[in-house]
Design a protein around this ligand. Structure first.
Ligand SMILES: C[S@@+](CC[C@H](N)C(=O)[O-])C[C@H]1O[C@@H](n2cnc3c(N)ncnc32)[C@H](O)[C@@H]1O
Length: 489
């Protein structure tokens, strides 16, 4: 840990006593200054904390990145001594005062997360090779996408600050967290202790420290950045070439999961000229026997991608690094880099479902509920052949919309396109023909689908059996996407 066990207790006492929590800070600063802080505009927050009482000082040091006098910081951190806080790296000497040595972030209702101060806050200072990442966009993506159902055992691979593990502890009986970096594990251990949590922390390369063990839920925000395989910063570089880390985690999943277990991780994958990216990613799961759902959330071109990751470590001005990285992309015909979420489930069936899809539209959080519902729908579909599917009654999803494009002709509007759209959740859209539209429109939960199809067949003068046969895969698809929902009971 960064501090002794007694030091962690003392720090918790100081933070609690001062009210240095998300709510406490928001209450102290008010909405205008809180909004300013979110935009890195600290002026109003600094005006609101001129008193330098303990909460004000903690806000000035750890939120507004100010240097404060040693006596003021000592009063705010007491009963933790300044000597221990400096020795543990919590604060550092700067000029004739003290400033934040770590990112001590109030998080959730009453948690704190310890990480390194971001590169942007210390311009010119090279980022530590074992820099511990704070709570950024990718971290939050995984937090939101994780299925939050109660489980026995949970594993966080590459825990860093420990923020994923904190969340896992809310719905898992036991939490194991690993990291390659000893330094990161010290941060994670401190985060756990500060929040009164107890995780098993193990050091090692990816799944190596948990070889032979199985978990009900595995999450990972791994060092997923793709490139030539050079490692300068362990939080983003896996040392694996290209997107191999994503494939490696997929290959390890069957041996890591209990029956029915779920694994979710973030990944980058390359879009290679002349190759379908969906096929490349689907290939990761061949032979794993796992249901897989991959959602692509972002796509970046190589130049923007390299720029982003060089800026992230404060190296945006290094033309040689940039050229070497871009040359590697060129040599491997990489046209773009996709980013997304991989969700896997060990369902114990010989015919796993693998879906890889682009879902860059705005989705309504929390995604974790959508992922859980998607796997539930796979369970429903798996045990039903067409006959059984058509025997069920269905209801169109709540709020389902029809969007129509039509062209004015001599005989009035001629419909060009009809699209079903989910206004919430994953916001799927699905172009449909008039028959499917009639089917969905009539799905009010009263008639089994087969009877509904018989009525449609009569109205359109088609053979009921032919219609039923053609409808099977379409119905399965609509159910998978939740556009129609089976009515139970
Ligand atoms: C992107 S950070 C994620 C941190 C944190 N879990 C989060 O979600 O914010 C990746 C973490 O993986 C760790 N890591 C890097 N290479 C690793 C490896 N080969 N095996 C295990 N962990 C590794 C890094 O030290 C870092 O803490």
């Amino acid at each position: 840990m960064l501090l002794s066990p007694a030091g962690v207790d003392a720090l918790r006492t100081a933070l609690t006593r001062a009210g240095f929590t998300s709510n406490g800070i928001a209450g102290r600063l008010g909405s205008q200054a809180t909004g300013g802080v979110a935009r890195n505009d600290y002026r109003a927050a600094l005006r609101a904390t001129e008193d330098r009482d303990p909460l004000a000082t903690l806000i000035r040091v750890f939120i507004c990145d100010q240097t404060e006098s040693e006596a003021t910081v000592a009063a705010a951190l007491a009963p933790l001594s300044v000597a221990e806080a400096v020795a543990g790296g919590l604060v550092e000497r700067h000029g004739d005062g003290l400033r934040a040595g770590v990112d001590l972030e109030p998080y959730g209702d009453d948690w704190w997360v310890l990480a390194d101060v971001p590169a942007s806050a210390r311009p010119g200072r090279p980022l530590h090779s074992e820099h511990v990442l704070g709570i950024g966009g990718a971290t939050q993506t995984l937090i939101g996408a994780t299925v939050r159902r109660p489980v026995g055992t949970a594993l966080d691979l590459g825990t860093g600050s420990g923020v994923q593990a904190l969340h896992l502890a809310t719905h898992a009986d036991s939490v194991t967290a690993t990291d390659l970096s000893e330094r990161a594990l010290r941060f994670a251990a401190t985060t756990a202790a500060l929040n009164g949590q107890d995780w098993e922390l193990l050091r090692g390369d990816m799944v190596a420290p948990v070889a032979g063990r199985r978990f009900d839920l595995v999450v990972s925000n791994p060092p997923f950045v793709v490139g030539p395989g050079t490692t300068t910063h362990v939080y983003r570089d896996s040392g694996r070439v290209g997107d191999a880390i994503g494939a490696e985690l997929a290959a390890a999943a069957p041996g890591l999961l209990t029956e029915g277990g779920t694994m979710q991780y973030l990944a980058n994958w390359v879009h290679v000229a002349g190759e379908e990216w969906e096929e490349r990613v689907a290939g990761w799961f061949a032979g794993t026997g796992l249901d897989a759902w991959v959602i692509q959330r972002e796509v970046a071109d190589p130049m923007a991608y390299v720029n982003l990751w060089l800026t992230d470590v404060g190296e945006s001005a290094d033309p040689e690094r940039m050229a070497a990285w871009l040359d590697w992309f060129d040599a491997h015909k990489v046209e773009a880099i996709g980013f997304g979420i991989v969700s896997l489930r060990r369902s114990g069936h010989a015919d796993p479902v693998v879906r890889v899809e682009d879902l860059r539209q705005r989705v309504q959080p929390p995604l974790g509920d959508q992922v859980a519902a998607w796997f539930d729908r796979q369970d429903f579909l798996r045990v039903r052949d067409t006959e059984a599917l058509l025997a069920e009654r269905y209801r169109a999803a709540d709020g389902l919309q029809l969007r129509q494009e039509a062209t004015m002709g001599d005989e009035g509007w001629a419909v060009d396109r009809q699209v079903l759209a989910m206004p919430h959740g994953l916001r799927w859209t699905e172009e449909v023909d008039p028959l499917v539209l009639a089917l969905v429109g009539g799905a009010d939960g009263r008639l089994p689908l087969r009877d509904q199809l018989a009525l449609l067949a009569a109205a359109h003068e088609v053979e009921p059996d032919e219609l039923a046969e053609a409808a099977g895969p379409i119905v399965a698809h609509l159910v998978e996407r939740g556009l129609i929902e089976p009515v139970t009971g």
